[in-house]
Design a protein around this ligand. Structure first.
Ligand code: NAP
Length: 299
C-alpha cells in the first residue's frame, strides 16, 4: 500500500488531505504531538525518535506543522510560530537523510504571504517580491531551513499556499459568521487583493505535483485571479442571503482584533499572488473564481 506521511496533519489542511488521499487508496499517517487515531504517530516536532520509521519507503512527506498565525503577535507567540515551523522542518530534513528508502517527495508548507503587500504587481514564483515584516521573515526562514537540505533521492517542493477556503476550517468559517451577523462588510478599504484557493483545488494541486516526478521547487498554490476583500464579502453576503453588512474601518478592526486575539494583517494585507508554475504545467482549477468557490462551500 502506498503511504503518505503528513507532519502536522491533524489540523485543517492535513485533514482535508487525509480524507482525500485515504479515499483514493493511500495509507495516510499523521505525525502529531497528540495521537488519537489508528494511523496517528507520536512525534514532538523537534527531535528524532521512533516516528522516523514511518518515512521509510513512503510516497510523500507533507509537512504542515506550525502554530496557527491567528493569534496576537506577542513575543511568546512569535517564538512559537517560528520554532514550530523551523524546528519541524529541520528535524524532518535530518530524518530523511537517515532513511534507507526516503520519501519520494518532500513537500513543505510555506505561505503566499511571503510576497509583499501589493495592489497592482502580480507576484509569480519568478518575479514576486519578497517582503520584510514578521510574517514574511518567518516564511523566509522556513524556506531557508528547507532549502539547506540536500536530499538527492527525495524531490523537494515548497507550497506557497494562499488562504484556503474550506467547509470545516480555515478563514471561511469566521467570515461566514460575520456575514450572518450582519457584520460582513468590507474590512478596511476593501480594495486589498485576496488570493485564495478552494480546499478541493488545494488537494488537487498537491496531487498534481505528487504525480509529476519532473516537478521541483516553489509553487504558488492559489487561484489564477485574486479577488478583492469587497467582492469576497459581497459574494458571501449574497450567497447566504444577507442583504446588508456593516463595514469595518481599519481603526475598528484594530480594536476588534485585540478583543478576539488576532492580527489585522490577516485581513488587511493585499495579497496578489499568481500560480504561474501550476498553470504552465497544465493544472486546471475546478473553482477558479470566488463565486463558484463560495457557492460550492455553502452547498
Ligand atoms: N490554512 C491556510 O489557509 C493556510 C494557508 C497558507 C499556509 N498555511 C500553512 O499550512 C500549515 C497547515 O495549516 P492548517 O490551517 O492546517 O493549520 P492548523 O490547522 O493550525 O494545523 C497545524 C498543525 O501543526 C501542529 N502544531 C501546532 N502548533 C504546534 C507547535 N507549537 N509545535 C508543533 N506542532 C504544532 C498541530 O498538530 P498537533 O497539535 O497534532 O501536533 C496542528 O494540527 C501551517 O503551517 C500554515 O501556516 C495554511
Amino acid at each position: 500500500m502506498k503511504t503518505i506521511v503528513i507532519a502536522g496533519g491533524s489540523g485543517f489542511l492535513g485533514q482535508v488531505l487525509e480524507n482525500y488521499f485515504t479515499k483514493i487508496g493511500y495509507t495516510v499517517k499523521i505525525l502529531t504531538r497528540y495521537p488519537k487515531k489508528e494511523y496517528d504517530v507520536y512525534w514532538d516536532a523537534n527531535t528524532l525518535g521512533k516516528w522516523t520509521i514511518v518515512l521509510e519507503d513512503s510516497e510523500a512527506l507533507i509537512n504542515l506543522t506550525g502554530k496557527s498565525v491567528d493569534c496576537r503577535y506577542t513575543d511568546k507567540n512569535k517564538k512559537e510560530i517560528y520554532d514550530s515551523r523551523i524546528n519541524s522542518t529541520q528535524i524532518l530534513g535530518k530524518a530523511i537523510q537517515l532513511c534507507e528508502q526516503p520519501p519520494k517527495v518532500w513537500m513543505n508548507a510555506s505561505t503566499a504571504t511571503i510576497y509583499r503587500y501589493s495592489l497592482d504587481k502580480k507576484m509569480t514564483e519568478i518575479n514576486g517580491e519578497i517582503g520584510d515584516d514578521f510574517s514574511m521573515n518567518i516564511a523566509k526562514s522556513w524556506e531557508k531551513e528547507f532549502n539547506q537540505f540536500d536530499t538527492h533521492k527525495t524531490r523537494k517542493i515548497i507550497l506557497r499556499t494562499s488562504i484556503v477556503l474550506g467547509k470545516n476550517g480555515g478563514a471561511f468559517i469566521p467570515l461566514k459568521t460575520l456575514a450572518k451577523l450582519g457584520l460582513g462588510g468590507n474590512q478596511g478599504r476593501g480594495n486589498q487583493k485576496v488570493s485564495f484557493i478552494h480546499e478541493k483545488d488545494f488537494v488537487r494541486a498537491v496531487e498534481f505535483i505528487l504525480n509529476r516526478p519532473n516537478l521541483n521547487g516553489i509553487f504558488n498554490v492559489t487561484v489564477p485571479n485574486p479577488t478583492n476583500n469587497m467582492i469576497l464579502m459581497k459574494t458571501i453576503r449574497k450567497k447566504i442571503g444577507m442583504p446588508f453588512g456593516l463595514s469595518h474601518p481599519k481603526w475598528l478592526l484594530k480594536i476588534g482584533a485585540k478583543i478576539i486575539k488576532t492580527e489585522t494583517e490577516l485581513v488587511l494585507k493585499s495579497r496578489n499572488v499568481i500560480p504561474e508554475r501550476l498553470l504552465q504545467n497544465g493544472f486546471s482549477f475546478k473553482h477558479p473564481t470566488i463565486e463558484t468557490t463560495i457557492s460550492d462551500l455553502l452547498n
